[in-house]
Design a protein around this ligand. Sequence first.
Ligand code: HEM
Length: 435
Amino acid sequence: MERLEERDYFTDYEILKDPYAFFEAARAHSPIYQPPNRDYLIVTGFEETLEVLKNNRDFSASIGLAGAAEPLPFEPHGPDITDQIEAHRGQILGGDYIVNLDDDAHTNLRSLVNRLFVPSRLKANERFMVEYSEELVRKAVANGGCELMREMAVPFVTMVIADLLGVPPEDRQLFMNTIVAAPPPGSLDSSENDYSGENHPMVVMGSYFVRYLHARLSDPRDDILTELAHSTFPNGEKPDVETIGSLAVFMFGAGQDTSAKILGSALRYIVDQPGLQDQLRNDTSLLPQLFEEVLRVQSSAKQTARVARRDTRVGDTDIPAGTRLLVAISAANRDPRRWENPQEFMLGRPKIVEHVGFGRGKHVCAGAPLARVEVRILLEKLLKYTSRIEIDDTRHGPPGARNFDYEPSFIIRGLNELHLKLTPSQAFSETQGAR
Ligand code: HEM
């Protein structure tokens, strides 16, 4: 009979919906393991993951979105394939997106992203988060409950990015509809994983950004789109509007499913861990710790990928140029050599911020500060306006025998749906009449 670690991570529905046993089976062989009949390595070790993600000299991020199973569009030759990768980058899925770029091309785009996250911009964005979360949470509480993903998490994180990027209010609903229609990255349920296809929702949204940016070039305003349209790279060159447009669209892709799914996972623990919601209601300063621990134990970006561009070595494994690596973030975050009782959710876990849920090295998540704030704000509102949050047993089964449906994606980990019952708090009832 086929052993678990011999099954195909990228196409096996069961493994995609629940990857943990598969990664543990790989880990049982070694922290860097080549499954039989596969031409890529799986990295499950925490230290090994850090080594790979921090070594930008020897590893290229170019295959991050395509994934480790996808063959390179060329035959690698010699101990250094950097030039070959650059010559074929256009043939690699998403090869020009920031997360896949290497060296100066990456540094240039990252400098544009960093402009979005200056304190004044984040403050304005935070005001939007407070107002919009108030609206969404009050509506759900007034209705006695909600399906968290569709009615709260997805609209919230999508509109927060739209606000951050300066999408005009009149177009935000259109962005929302486009995003909702788009499958999560890496999903088996979709034939639309080719981000470069001209009908892909991401490409459609990109054309809107290009329009906004052209308009700001001829008619500057005091907004982030104007700043981006007139920006320059650190080397003095000016990015073209298509490049900025595609970066803006990538932000929706990168920050939408990841953040929405982490909200779903957080709520699952908040409701099912005995006493946790009351503990958090009494002390909301615990929310940042909760966020980090949820991200460790249910990493919403399950994995990324790298290709060795030079002959190199990780731990005691030799890795020739051209080798593709599946870097299993969610397995590194459960490595028993690094974490005590790694499968357990433990609020207050020592040195929790060292998890690799946001990656590490030069590609470390640019939106991490935003994700942390948006999740905290939404959870604060939910806890404030409820005296009790329950999982709807009629949809998910009773405690101890829950059934949850997870996204069948090789990239994203998270619930498809989470039906909640919400009991209003006194704070909700007192303020409801005044509105
Ligand atoms: C809980 C939510 C999130 C998680 C778990 C997450 C996870 C990650 C991970 C693991 C990476 C590194 C991938 C690699 O090294 O190959 C990454 C990169 C990135 N993320 Fe996030 N992300 C989240 C939210 C966001 C948000 C809200 C935004 C923006 C609005 C965002 C924007 C980006 C960008 C632009 C990159 C590429 C950075 C670079 O290549 O320099 N992410 N994210």
